[in-house]
Design a protein around this ligand. Sequence first.
Ligand code: FE
Length: 345
Amino acid sequence: MPIQKTTERVNSNKRRIINGEDADVMQLYPIKHKFAWDAYIIGNANHWLPTEVNMQRDVEQWKSPYVLTADERLALETVLGFFTTADSLAANNLVLASYKHITSPECRLYLLRQAYEEAIHTHAYQYIVESLGMDEGRLFNMYREHDAIYNKDAFILTFNEGIFDPHFKTGTFASDQKFLENMVVFSIILEGIFFYSAFAVMFGFQRQNKMVGAAEEIQYIMRDESMHLNFGINVINTIKQEQPELWTKDFQEHVMELVKTAVVLESTFAASVFPHGIFGMNADGFRQYIQHIADRRLQRIGLLAAYGSQNPFPWMSEAIDLSKEKNFFETRVIEYQTGGALEWE
Ligand code: FE
């Protein structure tokens, strides 16, 4: 878009998450969507790199025949099989679709930070897989080979067809709903539901003092992902305020159906991660946990809980749901304290 030469100042009241081109997409100030600026600042404060984590103990544990059971090995490989490509799905959607259609400069600023974080996450999985001497080709290809991972990713990817279309433009009722649908699928479902059984498995390992380096990587990732989810929820709720006509009864029911489908896909994935249960967690527990998480996501975008399930893994809410920074550093301290006492042979 050419620049219009003018001394007229931008009216931030005209700024919109989508369809706000009139308010200039280049000028960060005057900021209207403060949540995006705040998220950007927090993202920077949380900066980390995968190679800062020492993987030595994990390498010893992974190579030893005595530390991990066959079920634990399968679980670790399967969650990594999901993780290795999940952040690439998210990154592509951000960079190739969301960024183009979002017209709030402060939201775009955060998207740049978020996209970099997705790259760091992919780096973290690569670092884990390489440190443990796993077969990279196999792990990174699992999203095309492993049924439950393929089904989750195929479901997600059907929803960017619309907004990836080079002719797609927001500004009509149908296309604005399509954009909102994409936000629901990528934020609420991919980042808010599809990562969570894999997170829980990694914390299961950590609680057993196993694979604590890999778990620490995942903890940093989870902290970032919870920011991504919060940002996505803020975007959805702000679009609802700016364009309330989009949030119809039919659309709300559609969102509910998408979330319910996601809960089935995620529960099926969880069952495939540990066919015999692991660390005292079984498929039933996981279904309940996923339903509990889904309810919370629905409530945060103003919908009713669909399941009413209690959280069967209260230790997960300690790990995830408390104040992110505080809990994160506490967990790290605990991890360092117990690290020296690990006996694995
Ligand atoms: Fe993300």
